[in-house]
Design a protein around this ligand. Sequence first.
Ligand code: URP
Ligand code: ZN
Ligand code: ZN
Length: 450
Amino acid sequence: MDLIIKNGTIVTPTGKIKADVGVKEGKIALIAQSIDTPCDNVVDATGKYVLPGAIDGHTHLAMPFGGTISSDDYFAGTRAAACGGTTTVFDFVLQDFGESMVDTIKRRDAMCAPDAAVDYAFHVAVKDVSNGLIDTIEDAVNYGVPSFKVFMVYDFGVDDGVFYQVLEKAKSCNALIEVHAENKDIIAARTKQYLAEGKTSAWYHYMSRPEFVEAEADNRAIAWAKELNAPLYIVHLANKEGVKAVAQAQSEGYEIYAETCPQYLEFTSDVYKREDGRNFVCSPPMKGEESKKALWKAINSGIISTIATDHCPFQSYEKDWGKDDFTKIPNGCAGIENMFPYMLSAANEGKVSYEKAVELCCSNPARIFGCTEKGAIEVGKDADIVIYDPDTEFTITNDKMHSDCDHTIWEGVTLKGYLTHTYSRGRLVYKDGEFLGEKGWGKFVKRKRG
Ligand code: URP
Ligand code: ZN
Ligand code: ZN
C-alpha cells in the first residue's frame, strides 16, 4: 500500500463504518476492519470521519464576465478547492459563436490542463446551435462531456427556441441540460424602472430579480423538459416556488434535478441592505427567509440533489464599480473552499445527516454527471479522500482562504469541525490549513452518463 488511513469512520450515503482504507497507485485498493500490511505512510484517523472528496459541479474559473475576468484562475481556484476538500471541479466553458462543442472543450482544456491542482471536468455553456452546430453536442458527449448549460439571462443567454432545440438534442444522445433560470425581460424592465427612480444600491439588485422572477423561469424550463421528456438540471435554485415546481415534476416521474448553493442556505436578501451588500451580489440573488427554509427542507426530503458553489469571485475594487449603480457590480461570489466544510458543519450541528452531506456533495454529482471513478469511498474508485475532525471549530476569515480574492462573503462564519487532510488520487494536497498540492496535478475527467 502507498497509504493507509487507520481507525477512522467512513461515511457513505447510506451509513457509517469503522474501517481502515488502503490506497495503491491512486486508487482505493482495500477497505477492511484492520489493514496491517507494511506501509511507510500510515495516517491515524481516530475520532475522525473519512469521506470522499467533494465534487463541485458549478464553478466559473477565469471567466470573462461583468466587464472583467473572475479572479481565480485554474491554479488558484483548484488550490482553494483542495483546501476545502473538493477534489473535482466542474468549470463552465462558454462556446464561441461558430465553434463546435468539442473545439470549445479543447480550447479550454489547453488553458486549464497545465494549471489545475485537482481533477476537473467541463460543462459547455451553449450559445450557438446554427449551421449544424446542434449536432456537435453528440460529438461532445462521445468525447466525454455529456452536460451542457443554457443561460436564460445575460448577454450570452439563449432564446427560448435555442433552449428548446438543445433539450431535444440532449435527449436523443443522453446528455444533460442545465439551466440558469431567471426571466430576463422582467429583470430588464424592473432594472430600468429602479434606475430611473434613482434606486441604485445593492438592495435593488435583489428587487430587480426577486422570488417570482426566478420561479417563473423555473416553471417555464420545467414545462419544456416535461413536454420533451428530457432530463433537466436547475442550477443554483434559490426560491421556494421553484422548489415546489421541481417537487411536482419529480413526483410525476420526470428526470428533473435541482442544485442549490451554500450561500442560499446561509444568507437571505437582507445582506443587500448591508454597507458591503455589493460583495454578495450574485444571480440569482439570495432570497427571503421562507425560501431559505424551503431549500433546507428540500435538501432533507431529497428534492434537491446536489450542492455546488457557483464560485465566481471578483476583487473588492471590481465590486466597487457598482457602489452607486447595482448594474455595474460583477455578479458572483467566492465559495469553492467553503462548500464541503459548510455542509459537514451542518451535519455536525444536526441540520442534515453526514450521509446526506456525502450524497449531496459527492455521490449524487458523481452519478448525475457520470463521474464513474469519483464520489465514494469504495474499492476501485479514485483515492479522493478527505479526513474531517468534528471536534474543532473554524472561523472563516479571508486570510485563511486560498483563493486569489481579497474578500469573502463567508468572513466571520464559524463552522463546527474542519478538514485535516485532502487527498487527490492518493496524493496529499492539503493538511491542517496548508496547501500541499501542485500545479498541473489535476487531470481532465472524461465522463459518461449512465
Ligand atoms: O452571479 C453569478 N452566479 N455569477 C456567475 C454566473 C452565473 O450566473 O452562474
Ligand atoms: Zn448562473
Ligand atoms: Zn454559475
